[in-house]
Design a protein around this ligand. Structure first.
Ligand code: FAD
Ligand code: SF4
Length: 509
């Protein structure tokens, strides 16, 4: 009896239980397929890094003695879809059973469940041995609640996993969350850590990908691909972050700068989401840094909250609300994305930098994603499904289970406030406070109307005005709604006109 085991491109975990023993009756397969390159237009680095990491993983398995049948993008036998290739491989190896690890995306979960149901031979889905909570942990915790507050979920996870706890079960340092310490702009020092990531030459693979007709956008960096492609490289990147970045992570977590593109962020999301690293080990290593006095508690707590809290929480939101979550559009927004989302050629300095670096590096840090690009998309009224597709394509770490709740829920408020207690919107003042974008911008951050007025300002007030029916009862928006109510009617009309004009000429901002 031969068992065929499928490994998806984001399941590159060499410590998975499957690989504990070498078994000649098991054939592993990884597949480079158009089904996966084409469901959205992806950044070139994302396609290249995933395929290169899959190839590295297959080499690693073979070297350990496992049997592997790898289906390359240019293999003439490649049928370019998972089910058709699985049929082919089952025949080729005379497989009498099929196994796969639980997919993280609803789309693939459905496809493989349908496939196995129709098989008529033994088939089994096993856990990925990766996450710290089950698909339905959040749903159980929030049963019957209208709002799913991340903080509630996070404290639960701290307790369950015994992270940053006193022996009596309370939080170390006397509080669960040190966020109020974590909101400083970055003055330029300490210096941004060196980019010590490995550089790989994958020119030949890139040529094969393009020759196969795969579309993409952004800079492929094919001769110096800067992402970790296996567990050893991912661990080296974790070490570098713990040594240089972690201690400053808290202070500058929300900072933005034209002088740096990653500041003190870890760049670990690709390694985590492809499962080269486990969230448990990253959390444990960060906690250890605090316990040995190498990093302050607010920094370590802030970092751990992202992984033990946010990352697991958004996955819970995803599984509880799919299918259908991707269609939500609570505010009825419908404008198409302006073309500069694919070129970075826009006069607004903050957007030019954040979009530009997304196209160059396939990366932007959290505040750029949320408070620059996402903030603008929400204020301007761009269609959330189109915004979702852009985020899903552009970022190296974008897999739907994590991208969709962050984009549609957190950033675009399209779920009507399930995840966010209020929309993440601001005028220029926030962007100016947290970074240096506004200095040197052709727009005036203080002006609300007129040709040089920063577009964020009128769009912000107009957004509140347009959506007053849906949002004015929100207590967290009470202050701006009071300001709006006190505004001179002529000023309010001028803001409306300015915003309408801005929304008409998004292409030329
Ligand atoms: P760091 O800032 O160093 O954080 C450490 C780790 O915490 C990250 O690697 C990531 O695994 C985790 N993390 C932090 N914030 C979040 C969050 N909100 N949700 C889930 N995990 C989090 N993250 C993705 O992994 N994939 C996405 O497609 C994605 N899309 C996003 C879209 C929007 C609109 C927003 C606002 C955020 C999105 N995030 C996404 C979350 C976050 O921006 C990225 O995880 C982070 O920027 C990755 O960079 P880093 O590894 O340097 O993170
Ligand atoms: Fe962005 Fe406005 Fe500041 Fe220019 S002035 S950088 S458009 S926030």
């Amino acid at each position: 009896m031969t068992v065929l085991r499928l490994i998806l491109g984001d399941q590159l975990n060499p410590r998975h239980r499957w690989f504990d023993q070498v078994d000649g009756a098991v054939v592993y397969t990884l597949m480079e397929v158009r089904q996966e390159t084409d469901y959205v237009l992806h950044h070139a680095q994302k396609i290249l890094a995933i395929f290169a990491a899959m190839r590295d993983f297959a080499r690693h398995l073979r070297a350990a003695g496992h049997r592997v049948d790898y289906v390359a993008i240019d293999d003439p036998a490649n049928r370019q879809a998972l089910p058709a290739n699985l049929d082919l491989l089952r025949d080729r190896h005379g497989a009498t059973a099929f196994e796969y690890q639980a997919p993280d995306e609803w789309r693939l979960d459905r496809q493989l469940a349908d496939y196995t149901q129709a098989l008529g031979s033994p088939a089994r889905m096993v856990d990925t041995d990766h996450f710290l909570s089950a698909r339905d942990t959040a749903a159980g915790l929030f049963q019957g609640r209208r709002r799913w507050l991340m903080e509630h979920f996070y404290r639960h996870m701290r307790r369950v996993h015994g992270v940053l706890l006193e022996p009596d079960g309370g939080p170390v340092g006397g509080q669960w969350n040190f966020d109020h310490d974590n909101r400083k702009p970055w003055p330029g020092l300490p210096a941004e850590p060196d980019d010590s990531r490995p550089r790989h030459d994958h020119g030949a693979l890139w040529r094969a990908i393009t020759a196969a007709g795969v579309g993409s956008f952004g800079d492929p960096m094919a001769d110096r691909l800067p992402w970790p492609l296996n567990r050893a490289e991912a661990l080296a990147q974790l070490d570098a972050f713990l040594a240089q970045g972690l201690r400053h992570f808290g202070d500058y977590q929300d900072a933005m700068s034209t002088r740096g593109w990653r500041l003190f962020h870890s760049l670990l999301s690709f390694a985590l989401n492809t499962k080269m690293l486990s969230p448990a080990e990253v959390v444990a290593r960060a906690e250890e840094e605090w316990r040995r006095g190498a990093a302050p508690l607010p920094a370590v707590e802030g970092f751990i909250r992202q992984i033990l809290g946010w990352r697991e929480y958004v996955r819970g939101v995803y599984w509880a609300h799919m299918p259908g979550y991707d269609d939500r559009n609570a505010l009825g927004h419908d404008l198409p994305l302006p073309s500069w989302f694919w070129t970075g050629q826009v006069g607004m300095r903050c957007l030019a930098h954040a979009v530009g670096q997304s196209l160059r590096h396939a990366y932007a840090h959290h505040i750029q994603r949320l408070m620059v690009i996402g903030n603008f998309a929400l204020l301007a009224g761009l269609a959330p499904a189109a915004v979702h597709r852009w985020y899903l394509g552009v970022y190296i770490d974008a897999f739907e289970w994590v991208e969709l709740p962050n984009t549609l829920g957190m950033s675009q408020f399209a779920d009507g406030g399930l995840m966010a207690t209020k929309p993440y919107v601001s005028g220029a003042a926030y962007i100016d406070r947290m970074g240096d974008y506004c200095r040197g911008c052709r727009y005036d951050r203080k002006a609300r109307v007129g040709p040089r007025a920063c577009p964020f300002n009128a769009l912000y007030w107009d957004f509140l005005d347009r959506h007053a029916a849906a949002l004015s009862a929100n207590l967290r928006l009470a202050l701006p709604y009071r300001q709006l109510a006190r505004m001179d009617p002529a000023d309010r009309a001028a803001l409306r006109a300015q915003a309408a004009d801005t929304r008409r000429r998004l292409e030329t901002l």
